[in-house]
Design a protein around this ligand. Structure first.
Ligand code: SF4
Ligand code: ZN
Length: 340
């Protein structure tokens, strides 16, 4: 039996990099201290902030909601609203939604469920089917990620919240970093910072309080606080995602060389810093002419997908047509819009 390095209780976790062992109580203290430190270090939250927490009902997001509700007591007038984005994936999301609802009711936290059907115009299952019918070149996870950000952004703006907190942990960040390197997408590396500041009214600040915390630890924090059921539910589209190949590789690397993920995270942070300092990689946003969310072109990626999937409402199509003189690049898109 391994003993806790701080008391005589049985350890539930051993940090392989530091060699320290933690019992339940000391692990929870250690975890919350680390998250609080990141929140302070990166100036994530201030008194009076209204924060939308993106939750899925899974381990990471339930851990984040739990932590922010604890922190709420220490930051005056901090308001927390849990928003669960229901993508509409048969046999998957309906298992995690009750988890959030039960927890939110017990804690008395405000929550709402925002579905792809209501905000995008179709469920992810329908989108995937339509995408293959229209011969679009996108994978299910590409639609899913883009539309999830779109729904969260739209809901945050509707609620008047200036901050979105997401449960991306160190593993997620490092995996995305490697994916961007593989795709040579340097501009996207910038959006991997722990905080995306809001420079304009339409840009909602995004924070990742678990940026420096490994997935193993967020999972354990959830389990020790009884936030999730131990049963493992996997999204049926997971096999199409390159992230999971990279995840496996990185886990193997970490297993053989503890501390590798943290090393990659440090290199990412230095890269972001260098990019900022020398203005090498600068992501500029404009306002999407259809939905008003941040975009790197005339329309955001979500509205581009919706147009290609023929999911725009008539008023939105009219907006797009009106803008065509100013944005001739939209011609090509419009010509494809209504034809399966
Ligand atoms: Fe969405 Fe892909 Fe994750 Fe499934 S695996 S929830 S489709 S991002
Ligand atoms: Zn848009």
């Amino acid at each position: 039996m391994v003993k806790c390095s701080f008391c005589s209780a049985q350890a539930v976790y051993v940090n392989r990099v530091s060699g320290l062992a933690y019992c339940r109580r000391h692990f929870i203290e250690y975890f919350e201290r680390k998250a609080r430190k990141a929140i302070r270090k990166y100036h994530m939250l201030s008194p009076g902030d209204k924060v939308v927490v993106g939750v899925s009902g899974g381990k990471d997001s339930m851990a984040l909601l739990h932590l922010l509700l604890k922190i709420k007591k220490k930051i005056p007038r901090l308001e927390v609203v849990a928003v669960l984005v229901d993508e509409g994936i048969k046999g998957y999301r309906e298992k995690t939604i009750p988890n959030l609802v039960k927890y939110a009711k017990k804690q008395g936290v405000k929550y709402l469920i925002a579905s792809f059907r209501d905000y995008v115009g179709a469920t992810l299952d329908e989108i995937v089917e339509r995408g293959s019918e229209y011969k679009l070149p996108y994978m299910p996870c590409s639609y899913c990620g883009v539309f999830r950000r779109y729904v969260l952004n739209t809901v945050a703006r509707e609620l008047g919240a200036r901050i979105i907190a997401t449960a991306h942990n160190m593993d997620d960040v490092v995996q995305t970093y490697i994916m961007n390197l593989v795709n040579n997408s340097w501009d996207r590396v910038v959006s991997l910072a722990p905080v995306r500041e809001s420079s304009e009214e339409y840009i909602v600040k995004r924070i990742k309080p678990f940026y420096e915390i490994p997935e193993k630890e967020t999972a354990l924090y959830s389990l020790l606080n009884n936030l999730i059921q131990p049963e493992f539910i996997q999204c049926p589209y997971v096999k199409y995602n390159v992230r999971f190949t990279i995840r496996k590789l990185l886990n193997e690397l970490e297993e053989n060389h503890p501390g590798s993920k943290y090393g990659l995270l440090r290199s990412l942070l230095e890269l972001i810093e260098m990019g900022r300092k020398h203005k090498i990689i600068e992501k500029k946003y404009t306002r999407c002419i259809i939905c008003g969310n941040p975009a790197s072109q005339a329309i955001c990626r979500a509205c581009l997908f919706r147009a290609q999937l023929n999911l725009l409402r008539e008023s939105e199509k009219a907006l797009l047509r009106e803008s065509i003189e100013k944005h001739p690049e939209l011609h090509r898109l419009l010509s494809k819009m209504n034809t399966p």
